[in-house]
Ligand binder design. Sequence first.
Ligand code: IPE
Ligand code: IPE
Ligand code: MG
Length: 254
Amino acid sequence: MFERIRSRLGRGSQQTGAAVAEGNIPRHVAIIMDGNGRWAKTRGLPRVAGHHSGMKTVKRITMAASELGVEYLTLYAFSTENWKRPKAEVEFLMKLPQEFLAIELDELIENNVQVRMMGYKEDLPDYTLDAVEQAVRRTAGNTGLVLNFALNYGSRKEMTDAVRMLCEDAAAGLIRPEEITEKHFEARLLSNGIPDPDLLIRTSGELRISNFMMWQLAYSELWFTDVYWPEFTEAHFHEAIGEYQRRTRRYGGL
Ligand code: IPE
Ligand code: IPE
Ligand code: MG
């Protein structure tokens, strides 16, 4: 497998061929795909051109993650706060899943990728939800990389909802408050069943979490780059993973 990665990297990015070591691949990589608008601006293009270009990066990094044997790739595609953007931009973003899947779904299936969605379905337009749900259905039996789209996702809402569910269960006598553990809370998060991210990547130079997986990232390794998402390549991805492999995770221990 690693020979294959090196030979792929041979096309112009040799120096990163050695960046990823054998073994110790993060099981779950989460990415805050940021900087599409600024990328477009530097080229004198409309912001949406950046979102469109960012779609190609999604494809590239999905394949790179799949080849490395990453088990889960969570991509922050739209936050619960992104509705604040101008209507036309929101509409454009809502049309991207449909376009992306129309182009890429067959190849994702060929590569045994399983598509999932993590987010609030109720506010999404029908055409967005239909496209995503169809992809989820068609790939449900696949056993390769789980490509988890965080779409209309927000950590505060996720955690508030989990607390509400626990309160309802307690009020209904299904659980006693003193019995509640982290496991009960986690089971009510949208990420239920998915391990915590081992590595979080954020592009575009912003050094913040922006309401993304705040519970799940408690012990994730964080890696930031100034590169805008449309320019993020396999080589950058390998660089992040290489650095992850050189870190020591202690989880509060020694
Ligand atoms: C990330 O790029 C995509 C989404 C948040 C949907 P941005 O649109 O945030 O790009 P910048 O940060 O304005 O450059
Ligand atoms: C985070 O990026 C959301 C996504 C990448 C989908 P934003 O661009 O919305 O974050 P802020 O507003 O800069 O914190
Ligand atoms: Mg941004």
